[in-house]
Design a protein around this ligand. Structure first.
Ligand code: ADP
Ligand code: MG
Length: 323
């Protein structure tokens, strides 16, 4: 069924949650939002283009989920509580069934995280989803990239590389990303690519515990490089401390698994630094959240990211990733 623009907007509008801090939501020229006293707003935007940021054949529900997940992951990395978002859609056709399935995925995650859709834009064009998400964080408590200190431990959540592993399998024609697959290891990787879980609770808990944080969307080395350069320090990573999941190693072998974990994107895990005195607190957090947190290196004086034991760097010593 083909929808006109207003029917399409109406289908989004009726699915979104209410929030007391939305003075005016979808339907006017702009939304009016009432931040809570003492809170700063964390604002982030991400665009996902078909064929660039997700396989064009992906299930529409997965596309909706992932578009929001990428934004929530940025809020998580700031330690912000998700509040509101706008949704700008460029669609080749206004298909009701497609839109409903897309909304199923998007609102499954939106409802789980408490975020409301308060506006957006709808145009015809190649499939592209652009979301701007806004979160709230108590003044001066946000997690930033520029707070790492010499002597800090470097930590990462979850099992980086799994999404990149799934993408590799798909590129090799070994994984159908459209729906559940029988092989358990492949299915786990497919979920990590198509349904990434933004680490919002972890980000909130890290406000009192971490010095710096970033989400891993461009690859662990690259995102750690951002923390190092913004903080004016060096990051020294131990490749053999990076947690590789059994699923990833089984699917790709150890060398490719490490390469995915260090250089693959789309993980939406959090990389953060914290003082060594915080080790027990971080480990307690891992237990509380039932989310593995691995200590993978240290912050040192200097510049760039040095990865000890990274064969992919072309030598067995360490690699200068960014200067
Ligand atoms: P305008 O011409 O003033 O930009 P639109 O006709 O584009 O208004 O949008 C009408 C209302 O619907 C606005 O409140 C806008 O924020 C909202 N809207 C448009 N597209 C979307 C969308 N894809 N998702 C959510 N809200 C949307
Ligand atoms: Mg408009």
């Amino acid at each position: 069924m083909s929808l006109d623009e207003f029917a399409l907007i109406e289908r989004i509008a009726r699915r979104t949650r209410a929030r007391a801090d939305i003075v005016l939501g979808i339907g006017d020229d702009a939304a009016l939002l009432q931040p809570a006293p003492g809170q700063q707003l964390a604002v982030t935007a991400d665009t996902l283009n078909a064929g660039v940021h997700f396989p064009a054949e992906s299930a529409p529900a997965d596309i909706g989920w992932k578009a929001l997940a990428a934004n929530l992951s940025d809020l998580a990395a700031m330690g912000a509580v998700p509040a509101w978002c706008t949704l700008s859609l460029s669609l080749p056709h206004a298909e009701g069934d497609w839109l409903d399935a897309f909304a199923d995925g998007l609102f499954a995650l939106a409802d789980a995280s408490g975020i409301a859709v308060v506006g957006g834009d709808t145009t015809r064009g190649p499939l592209s989803i652009s979301i701007t998400a806004i979160g709230q964080v108590p003044a001066a408590q946000a997690l930033r990239r520029d707070g790492a200190r010499v002597g800090d431990d470097i930590w990462v959540s979850g099992h980086p590389g799994e999404a990149a592993g799934a993408l590799r399998l798909w590129q090799q024609g070994r994984l159908d990303v459209r729906g559940v697959v029988a092989d358990a290891a492949h299915e786990r990787l497919r979920q990590r690519l198509q349904r990434p879980m933004p680490r919002v609770s972890l980000g909130l808990a890290l406000r009192t515990c971490a010095h710096a944080a970033a989400d891993v969307s461009d690859g662990l080395l690259a995102d750690l490089g951002h923390i190092a350069s913004r903080s004016g320090v060096a990051a020294v990573l131990q490749a053999d401390a990076v947690p590789l999941s059994a699923a990833l190693r089984t699917a790709l072998g150890d060398a490719a698994a490490l390469d995915c974990a260090l250089r693959g994107g789309d993980d939406y895990e959090l990389c953060f630094t914290a003082a060594p005195e915080r080790r027990q607190a971080v480990q307690a957090l891992a237990a509380d959240l039932a989310l593995p947190l691995a200590r993978i290196g240290v912050i040192a004086e200097g510049r760039g990211v040095h990865c000890e034991g990274d064969a992919g760097a072309g030598r067995s010593g360490y690699r200068h990733f960014a200067e």
